[in-house]
Design a protein around this ligand. Sequence first.
Ligand code: TRP
Length: 335
Amino acid sequence: MSQQRVLTGITTTGTPHLGNYVGAIRPAIAASEREDAQSFYFLADFHALIKSQDAELVHQSTREIAATWLALGLNTDKAIFYRQSDVPEIPELCWLLTCMAAKGLMNRAHAYKAAVAANLEAGEDPDYGITMGLYSYPVLMAADILMFNANEVPVGKDQIQHVEMARDIAARFNHHYGDHFVLPEARVDDHVSVLQGLDGRKMSKSYNNTIPLFLPEKKLKKHINKIKTNLLEPGDPKDPDDSTVFQIWRAFATPEQTRQMREQFAQGIAWGEAKKQLFELVNGQLGEARERYEALLNNPEHVEEVLQQGAAKARAYSQPLLEKLRHAVGIRPLG
Ligand code: TRP
């Protein structure tokens, strides 16, 4: 079998949290070691501008996310790790694809539809506050994916529709201009857990219930202590399957440790004790990476250099493909 290309992007609008780690970063780093696949992982900073107009936040988030992936041991000799805005072929491809993307298709995008629905709900004009960036965002995402002819796109459920749109746009381009693009497929891993946050809902920046990944030890302890629990007393048997503490435990523990914690729940472990053990488990697993993370944050020049090397590798793919695509659509030298 020929090598699969696996590609995914991380929007640079926040600080990575435990949910990002368990649900996306950890599996992506593991997958990048696969022999049968070439991974492309990138910082989606053009996408960040759709969500945030806070320049400092976008910049700081880019630093933090890059440092996080490197601190956690992403092997950049194997994986191609780059920043979207360092690959000028992507926005250029985005335009070629924009001219292939049906407006009606974009009208059906969930994110856009949700924004319109919220406006109507609030009695506003349906387009209130909606930029062309938000509206056209699936086309930019299609460009990210098709630029590298990715076969597999690991994403959360909310992004499946966008990958399907990329397929549609690719098929239309191929139909008009010849077979240039592989049709990508979304891959949603069911076995990786979607982590619960402090309040028991999905851990997400938009719910303000996250535990940031690389908190200093004391703060990590504080956050873990804030996880919502019920009022059962020490000695009362507790239901692990109804507990955020247990759910996070399981995402970090070995099967044997998970079995033991289940047992302790049945025996009525106190919430304070369960949280203490959870802190020790998580802190033990992230401690060394946290030190590397801090060192990387203090050495942005080094991180920048790694990203530049990644961009050069990415462009070794994107430049020749864009050259071919320009030719295919009729944009060619005259001589
Ligand atoms: N839109 C994705 C998200 O919000 C991030 C992203 C941008 C992406 N471009 C991509 C993911 C290309 C996969 C492939 O999560």
